[in-house]
Design a binder for this molecule. Structure first.
Ligand code: 9MR
Length: 562
């Protein structure tokens, strides 16, 4: 009989809601009983039988499921399997993911540029301000008559995108859009969703205060002379692994792009209608956002296909820019998103009619280069206030959202890990954690429309994936769970001299592409994850990965308390 901690029992290392499904997955065990016990194993609170053997093809593992959904008693427990050992401790309790939602939102505070992180908010991760970005140079690729190359601009605030210190509009777009959607879908939950940031005492929900930090930066990225938006604000090349205040190489805004301009238009239109509710606290801001959004849209009408091609750009302009490209080939979804958000905010049918909003029946889960679903989520949520043409199309839209959610959740309980994430090998890619979280949001939308618990449970299965029920056995959120990333590709975490990484940051997860030159424990799709700072392809963090996690965890919390 084994009396040691084992990591072959994979489970959500944070815990479970009393009334929700509760599953652990054990790797390589024989058939037999399992027990849920107190952490000292002295008291058995539940006895069950391991399920039949299954194969996790993408990890070459043989697994069995320990289902203890019937245990609803709150407490702190372990799973104990006599011949295997016992699991990490976990909790069963209401609001069990509240801390996860809070940590993930707080993650943005730690990513803030241009502001010192004070001990009162940042604890041992306090640090001096980095990157004021008050003297940013116009790169040759961005030069215009009004702003020739070398013109100095001020473009402060915003979040660091990821483990690097640059600021990218395309990725800011989906990130801010997702956080604004959380507010629009769950305003009451957001009103009490507090994470101890410098603005926590003001009248705005913390999620909106945090969004404002980035939104005000985004506004500075629009060229007021023509409405176009610079693709990114960046160093020429990635910084060394130093603290933000030690990274002082020149910063540039580079060429305008259609993708950046449309994402900007979408987000600023959405922000305008959200901030309208806070006109008293933020006089004029909602109007400024809408004006900026319209100007961006107009620019994109004249420049519908200005793609960001970094290599081409570097043949013409110095210095060469070799940081993240966020280069997208298709503008169809960006046009859909921008047109939709502008339409919802203005009720101007011309935006609704400007582009075909339903080019086919698909509702692809969102990603930085695929933002179509964000438009559909907004339409579905706004159905009560739409003009007649749009309202007519709502039933079709809802049917498609539900069909997409059905495709996701179909058969997921037959998977070795019983998660929606990983049903398709393609789920394991650079930033697969965000795929899991975004699938969760799509399922939440279907739950919202139907109130069928199966969608909520399927969404929860992906939160379980992110917090440990996966082939690697890691909780992918720094600081949450027992076995979480210790060496994310995140410059402050590496450079700050503190052993624990900055908390509340979601790493990308298994990525068989392995585009870095790190050693990986496995090349299999579900196992190609390396908890090493060199692994930017599997162990970096990014704002567009955290946002759907904030949404998913907060939405599950909001529904549980009902
Ligand atoms: O998340 C992005 C991923 O989809 C791309 O395949 C990858 C390579 O272009 O870039 C990722 O985004 C990175 C960005 O380019 C720079 N900052 C860090 C981002 C996360 O790794």
């Amino acid at each position: 009989v084994a009396q040691h901690l084992t990591d072959s029992i994979r489970l959500n290392q944070v815990g479970f809601y009393p009334a929700a499904p509760k599953v652990a997955v054990v790797v390589g065990a024989a058939a037999g009983p399992f027990y849920i016990t107190t952490p000292d194993r002295a008291t058995v609170v539940f006895t069950g039988k391991l399920g039949e053997a299954r194969t996790a093809e993408l990890a070459h593992q043989q697994t069995r499921v320990a289902d203890f959904s019937a245990l609803t008693r709150p407490g702190t427990f372990v799973v104990w399997i006599p011949k295997v050992g016992y699991s990490y401790t976990f909790r069963i309790q209401p609001k069990v993911h509240e801390g996860v939602a809070q940590a993930a939102l707080k993650g943005y505070y730690y990513q803030r540029t241009a502001m010192a992180l004070l001990p009162a908010y940042a604890g041992r991760w306090s640090r001096p301000a980095g990157h004021p970005d008050t003297r940013v140079l116009v790169h040759g690729s961005a030069a215009s008559a009004a702003r020739p190359a070398g013109t100095v601009l001020s473009s402060p605030r915003g979040w660091y995108d990821a483990g690097d210190y640059n600021k990218y509009i395309v990725n800011s777009g989906i990130t801010v859009g997702t956080l604004l959607s959380l507010y629009e879908d769950f305003p009451a939950y957001c009103a009490q969703f507090k994470v101890n940031i410098p603005e926590s005492q003001n009248a705005l929900p913390d999620v909106l205060d945090e969004v404002l930090w980035n939104l005000r930066w985004m506004l500075t990225m629009q060229d007021p002379h023509d409405g176009g938006v610079y693709h990114k604000l960046t160093n020429a090349s990635f910084d060394a692994m130093v603290m933000p205040n030690q990274a002082t190489t020149p910063r540039y805004v580079v060429q305008k792009s259609t993708a950046a301009t449309l994402d900007f238009a979408a987000v600023l239109a959405q922000a305008s209608r959200v901030l309208r509710r806070f006109d008293k606290q933020l006089p004029g801001l909602a109007d400024s956002c809408l004006r900026a959004s319209r100007q961006a849209w107009d620019w994109a009408q004249v420049h519908p296909a200005v793609l960001y091609r970094q290599n081409e750009m570097n043949k013409q302009f110095q210095p060469a820019i070799v940081t993240g490209a966020y280069d997208d080939n298709s503008m169809q979804d960006e046009f859909i998103w921008a047109a939709t958000e502008l339409y919802i905010t203005t009720k101007d049918d011309r935006y609704y009619a400007a582009v075909p909003l339903f080019p086919d029946e698909q509702v692809p889960a969102p990603a930085w280069n695929q933002v179509r679903a964000l438009a559909y989520y907004s339409l579905a949520r706004s159905k009560a206030i739409l003009t007649p043409t749009a309202r007519q199309e709502v039933p079709k839209l809802e049917a498609r959202l539900i069909a997409a959610a059905d495709a996701l959740q179909q058969n997921y309980t037959a998977q070795a890990y019983q998660t929606v994430m990983g049903k398709r090998a393609a789920d394991y890619t650079w930033g697969g954690s965000a795929t899991a979280a975004n699938q969760g949001i799509l399922l939440i939308q279907a739950y919202h429309l139907t109130s069928k618990p199966q969608y909520l449970q399927a969404a929860l299965s992906n939160l379980d994936y992110l917090l440990g029920r996966n082939a690697t056995g890691y909780s992918f959120l720094t600081g949450s769970g027992t076995k979480s990333p210790q060496h994310p590709h995140h410059r402050p975490s590496e450079a700050d001299g503190i052993a624990a990484p900055v908390p509340g940051l979601l790493v990308g997860g298994p990525n068989p592409g392995r585009q870095d030159s790190c050693a990986y424990p496995s090349t299999l799709p579900a196992l190609a994850y390396s908890d090493n700072v060199c692994s930017y392809a599997s162990n970096e963090i990014a704002i567009n990965w955290n946002a759907p996690l904030v949404y998913l965890a907060a939405a599950l919390e909001a529904f549980q308390t009902k």
